[in-house]
Design a protein around this ligand. Structure first.
Ligand SMILES: Cc1cc2nc3c(=O)[nH]c(=O)nc-3n(C[C@H](O)[C@H](O)[C@H](O)COP(=O)(O)OP(=O)(O)OC[C@H]3O[C@@H](n4cnc5c(N)ncnc54)[C@H](O)[C@@H]3O)c2cc1C
Length: 425
């Protein structure tokens, strides 16, 4: 069955994924004389760097989401379809989706990555990942639900397990979520649940390597640990989680009792049937050349988290971050646009603009290529950069107001358990 998509005289570029890479690419390519067909299984763009604030009840999900259709109100050469792509036929140039088949002249795969549980099914089914807005909301629900349940528990150890939270993965996400939870424990939770003793609640951040924030400088890594120590987070380095049954976290030589385990320990590229196995490298990434063209293909491109491109400075591929996806998207749009004018393609070169992570109120670390900053000033930079990167002026204002309100009152009134009460846990 063919999907209903308008037929025009323009060449058709099908883009799978409206994330950082796909959305930027579609916006840039829409300026050229192509028909751009943007497919995504959800109808909004998600701002993943602020998922942790949704998970910790600091922001509403709608503040970090933006409807894809609204982005293209003024672009009539862009066709949007809410569709999950299940496979691709690279020989006959069409994709198979849950709304039917769609042919393409050029295909751009920007499907991003998902949580990597490293093959441990038990951890997968018992822990909470944070790779979508829905998953961030699941974390919020679980944490709040656990405290509601803890109120009725007589057994002290069981009550403590309901209150403890373990975060696995000491990258920016793990650091940010652990720091924010520590602030909730200090400023908010004791007011919401005065019958519970929050001095007993333990927050653990477990990292398998010897340092936090591996992609950042030594100084930033050390500072982030110092900040978390100050906030009372139990940071355990060189600590690998062996297993988790929903109640006990099994480590090499010890155990932690916790009903909530947030898994932020790694990502793996989303797989698409029909992409030849020999172009997939470690982490399910699609091997592309410096023009983002998939190895062995003339009209299939991949960008962002799901692609693997090497440069002299990046022999193991680029970091899986938003800047890489967006810069590749711009370059690829320019290159495909150039085809219409018979221009030569320009190879991609990544400009590293820096990395950052916030640990809590007034605390952040920022590594620019030319300078490293920590503390309050870094925190202001972190807020400014994130605010300016959000899609949509209304979302920007909403987030600013939320942050200002939170800063002044120490309290956000978003601690809602949004789920169907008729459904069991
Ligand atoms: C919690 C968290 C925090 C992060 N923080 C930062 C940060 O602070 N700074 C930073 O630079 N990076 C950060 N990242 C990484 C950054 O979000 C990614 O590098 C970036 O999103 C990659 O962009 P992308 O376009 O490749 O994929 P994505 O943005 O993930 O987009 C993929 C899109 O494809 C869609 N899709 C997937 N499969 C299909 C299918 N089969 N059919 C249809 N649609 C499909 C998805 O719905 C999604 O919309 C963070 C990531 C997470 C999870």
């Amino acid at each position: 069955m063919k999907a209903k998509v308008p037929i025009t005289s323009q060449k058709r570029v099908v883009v799978i994924g409206g994330g950082f890479g796909g959305l930027k690419f579609a916006r840039k390519l829409a300026k050229y004389d192509f028909q751009v067909v943007l497919l995504d299984k959800i109808n909004y763009h998600q701002f993943q760097p602020l998922f942790y604030q949704v998970a910790t009840a600091g922001l509403e999900p709608s503040a970090i989401s933006f409807p894809l259709r609204k982005v293209f109100h003024k672009q009539d050469n862009v066709v949007i379809r809410l569709a999950e792509v299940t496979s691709v036929n690279t020989k006959e140039s069409f994709v198979v989706t849950d709304i039917g088949e769609i042919s393409y002249d050029y295909l751009v795969v920007a499907i991003g990555a998902d949580t990597n549980f490293f093959g441990n099914e038990k951890i997968k089914s018992n822990s909470l990942p944070m790779k979508s807005t829905v998953e961030a909301l699941n974390i919020r629900n679980r944490i709040l639900q656990n405290y509601e349940e803890a109120l009725s528990i007589e057994d002290a150890a069981d009550q403590q397990a309901h209150m403890n939270i373990v975060v696995v993965g000491g990258g920016p996400t793990g650091v940010e979520v652990a720091g924010t939870l520590a602030e909730m424990r200090k400023n908010i939770l004791p007011k919401d649940f005065p019958e519970l003793k929050f001095e007993r609640m333990q927050i653990y951040l477990l990292e398998a390597s010897p340092k936090l924030l591996n992609g950042l400088s030594q100084k930033s890594s050390e500072k982030s640990k110092e900040y978390l120590d100050k906030l009372g987070v139990n940071v355990r380095l060189e600590t690998r989680v062996k297993d988790y049954d929903g109640n006990t976290v099994f480590l090499e030589n010890s155990q932690i009792q916790a009903r909530t385990l947030i898994w932020a320990a790694g990502v793996i590229g989303n797989k698409l049937e029909g992409i030849p196995a020999d172009v997939l490298v470690r982490g399910n990434r699609i091997k592309v050349d410096r023009f983002n063209k998939m190895e062995g293909s003339e009209n299939v491109f991949a960008l962002g988290d799901v692609c693997f491109m090497t440069e002299e400075k990046f022999p193991n591929g680029h970091p899986q971050v938003a800047q890489v996806a967006m810069q590749q998207a711009e370059n690829l749009a320019r290159n495909l646009g150039g085809i219409l004018k018979n221009e030569d393609m320009k190879p991609f070169t990544y400009r590293d603009l820096g990395s950052m992570a916030t640990v809590g109120r007034n605390l952040a670390v920022v590594d620019f290529p030319f300078m490293k900053i920590q503390g309050f000033f870094a925190w202001l930079i972190w807020m400014f950069v994130h605010l300016m990167s959000i899609v949509g002026a209304k979302n920007r204002v909403l987030i600013f107001i939320n942050w200002a309100w939170n800063y002044i009152t120490y309290d956000q009134s978003l601690r809602l358990i949004i789920k169907d009460p008729k459904k069991k846990k």
